[in-house]
Write a protein that binds this ligand. Structure first.
Ligand code: SF4
Length: 775
């Protein structure tokens, strides 16, 4: 059985040594990099071959890759690297890596074209001066072949282990039994649809109610489909930390040592023979956590002169990597946050960068949305570069629209610009001054506190690009001499520039002047429709399932996310009965102007319900102000009822305390905001929560930004109001109400407090299993 490896991966495995060092990063942007490669190619003439695909073999190893360029007239193969700053500052281990890649390509080229010798060149292209630095060596084909063979030889033991793991993994997944005695109601339907989508290589939107076991119901079929679809990896992407924790727990359950039950060798087992011996599924699962949380030395910088876990990182990496994947397919340690940390510290390497390395060798990667969907999403980048076949699961997918909007938006504030100027180096100061002048010109023409521009103002992009170059040049030569406020502002301008380069109807460019004494100015590239960015992400996956309890209506998500036209849709029926949930509509007006008048009736309604059925309740409001007003009045009129409230800023401990009060036999009302931390992913089954009061339709505030969004979405989709206000609002309402009924034995009540809940267009968006009086 052969194992295929990319030249880049092979060399990073065999030829990387020494320290981890992020100081010299060729900070050319992707566009600059592409332009640099094109410029080099253009200088060589028509005979020059670019992107030369090469493949070769060493024993059971297939090595493939794409050399940047070949000049047949000169007999020279070129590996092009774009950079800015001082080339001499590049660490030696990075240069060695570049040589290793070039020599491997050279060996493959000589073999394919029957060449006896070849010039190998590293072409370092300075994106500022557009100068090239050429490092050339002349090699015989025999020397190059010997070099490639040596790299392959070093990799063979690992590739043999990987092949054995893949065989064992796929065999185990094909025979994987469902981890519980039975599917829950609705769980089988969900699992079958996920499996089908995976087998057909399609995207699926799955709306499935709370309580049916969505995490296992999506992971299990996706894992079962991996062998048949020859999937290399599965990415489980979560919006929040609890989602990751649930996925890790579900994967532990699925891969735990098991003995298959004949009655659970169901349709999803696809006819495979189930092994009766209990055994652990050989599946490598890794959890990615943010750098701030994984870092062991937050006060240090990521290079060997500062951080002991970066010093000699690549020298100790092979042992850490081997320990992480285990000696045999079934003895890999669990690589959640704690497991990864333990392996990393045992081998004195950085846990964060060890996790990045292990993504290559993992079967399942559990991480935040941004690792795949963000502009520089690492998981997407790897999948493209390594040509992996990946399956993607998107947990709580109703969060993807707002999260993606954040990912593809950028802001620059004048306060941050002013803060970066005083300590800026002399070579950077003029570029900061020019950007400040450009901002002043933009603001000088603006009379209102908020204005939207159809196009990016003249000169802004140029000023930003100049500034990025100036800081980049300085940072490359003096990496230790970049004040933190300048560094942060540089990150902001880089992100802003990248998005500015692709500005279009999917985004607004707006300028806000603060209405206070400081009168700070904020320039914002505000993404409204992330579809054009995310489209490539969905195309880059073999199959994607987006799942949540609230994905209605489908076209809203499909339009805004850029889902493929053949995306399948399943709406799994709820296992709950209308008799379990008493839904009441309180026909009050909670419109902004009527809120003062609504306080007393809401308090009265809550008190009556509490008296009739004492227990634990949640009360949701559209804002903290509204929440505080109702809570204050409630406390004043009913001091005997325990009340606790969500605060604007809450630590993890304070959140846990809030939820801790919902105990069986407890009594009281927790006040929270719609769309907040307690309105979704909170599980309070049985008597821990017996009812919810939901005031307002959860509609986003009417303000200039949302009105602009409404106008743009009306133009693009003919549904400005619904896409801006109604659908996001009702999604929050249904999520909040979903806290009440968690199991088929739960009983509860939900009060929908607003007269608009009587309208047909609103009721259509409520779960179909509810019985809403008057419907
Ligand atoms: S431990 Fe922290 S400072 Fe050290 S390399 Fe890792 S992330 Fe960087």
């Amino acid at each position: 059985m052969t194992y295929t490896v990319a030249v880049r991966t092979l060399c990073e495995f065999t030829a990387k040594q020494g320290d981890l060092d992020l100081r010299f990063t060729p900070s050319a942007t992707a566009l600059e990099g592409m332009a640099g490669h094109a410029m080099v190619a253009a200088r060589r003439g028509e005979h020059y071959e670019t992107e030369v695909w090469l493949t070769g073999r060493y024993r059971d190893l297939v090595v493939r890759g794409r050399a940047d360029g070949f000049d047949p007239d000169a007999g020279r193969l070129e590996e092009v690297k774009t950079y800015r700053g001082d080339l001499h500052a590049m660490p030696q281990n990075r240069r060695s890596l570049h040589w290793a890649q070039a020599r491997c390509y050279g060996a493959l080229l000589c073999a394919e074209r029957g060449l006896d010798k070849l010039d190998i060149a590293l072409v370092y292209y300075d994106v500022n001066s557009q100068d090239e630095t050429l490092l050339v060596e002349t090699c015989t084909a025999a020397d190059l072949r010997a070099f490639l063979d040596q790299q392959c030889e070093r990799f063979l033991a690992w590739s043999a282990q990987e092949t054995a793991h893949r065989v064992a993994r796929d065999a185990a997944l094909a025979a994987l039994p469902f981890p519980h005695a039975h599917f829950r109601t609705g769980q089988r339907e969900l699992a079958e649809n996920v499996y089908k989508a995976a087998i057909l290589g399609r995207t699926l939107m799955a709306q499935a109610p709370t309580g049916i076991g969505k995490t296992v119901g999506t992971l299990f079929p996706q894992l079962k489909a991996m062998p048949r679809q020859k999937l290399d990896k599965l990415y489980f992407l979560a919006a929040k930390t609890p989602g990751r924790a649930l996925a890790m727990a579900a994967l532990r359950t699925i891969t735990a040592p098991h003995r298959a039950q004949p009655d659970t060798a169901d349709a999803l087992n696809d006819g495979a023979v189930v092994d009766a011996a209990p055994r652990r599924t050989p599946l490598r699962v890794i959890e990615l956590v943010a750098r701030e949380k994984a870092c062991e030395h937050p006060a240090k910088a990521c290079h060997g002169d500062s951080c002991p876990l970066a010093r000699g990182f690549y020298d100790r990496l092979p042992a850490a990597r081997q320990a992480a994947v285990g000696a045999t397919p079934t003895d890999a340690p669990p690589l959640d946050r704690a497991g990864l940390r333990a392996v990393a510290l045992a081998h004195e390497v950085c846990p964060y960068y060890l996790a990045q390395e292990l993504v290559r060798w993992a079967d399942v990667v559990v991480g935040d949305y941004n690792y795949y969907f963000d502009l520089g999403g690492m998981l997407h980048f790897h999948a493209q570069a390594e040509e992996w076949r990946v399956g993607v699961l998107v947990d709580e997918a109703h969060n993807l629209v707002p999260r993606a909007r954040e990912m593809y938006s950028a802001t620059l504030s004048r306060a941050a610009l002013d803060g970066a100027r005083p300590r800026a180096p002399a070579t950077v100061a003029p570029a900061l001054k020019r950007l400040a002048r450009t901002c002043n010109e933009i603001v000088g023409r603006q009379l209102e506190p908020y204005a939207v521009h159809d196009e990016l103002p003249q000169g802004l992009l140029t000023a930003l690009q100049n500034l990025n170059s100036a800081i980049g040049d300085h940072a490359a030569v003096h990496p230790e001499d970049v004040p933190p406020e300048l560094l942060q502002f540089w990150f902001d301008t880089l992100h802003f520039t990248r998005l500015a380069e692709s500005f279009g109807t999917h985004s607004l460019f707006d300028v806000t002047i603060a209405d206070d004494a400081q009168r700070d100015v904020t320039l914002c590239l505000r993404n409204l429709v992330p579809a054009s960015f995310l489209k490539q992400r969905f195309l880059g996956a073999r199959t994607t399932t987006l799942f949540s309890a609230t994905l209605t209506p489908m076209h809203f998500h499909a339009d805004l996310l850029g889902l493929p036209p053949d995306t399948a849709w399943v709406d799994v029926a709820s296992p709950f009965d209308a008799a379990q949930l008493r839904v009441q509509v309180a026909p009050l007006s909670t419109r902004y102007a009527h809120r003062p008048a609504s306080l007393a009736p809401i308090v009265d309604l809550m008190a009556r319900q509490f008296t009739d059925a004492p227990g634990n309740y949640l009360a949701f409001f559209s804002s903290f102000d509204y929440l505080d007003q109702v809570a204050d009045l409630f406390r004043a009129l009913h001091p005997e009822v325990p009340v606790w409230t969500q605060a604007r800023q809450m630590t993890e401990g304070a959140r846990a305390d809030f939820l801790e009060r919902f105990q069986v036999g407890g009594r009281g009302i927790g006040f929270a905001v719609l769309g907040g931390a307690f309105a979704e992913a909170v599980d309070l089954p049985g008597r821990r929560l017996i009812g919810a009061f939901i005031a307002t339709l959860g509609l986003p505030q009417v303000n200039p930004v949302n009105e602009q969004m409404k106008a743009r979405l009306e133009t693009l989709f003919g549904a400005g109001h619904d896409y801006t206000y109604l659908f996001p609002g009702l999604q929050k309402v249904v999520q909040a109400a979903g806290r009440v009924i968690r199991t088929t034995t739960d009983q509860g009540v939900v009060y929908l407090i607003d007269d608009r809940f009587r309208r047909a267009e609103v009721r259509r968006l409520l779960p179909s299993w509810w019985h809403v009086p008057g419907a």
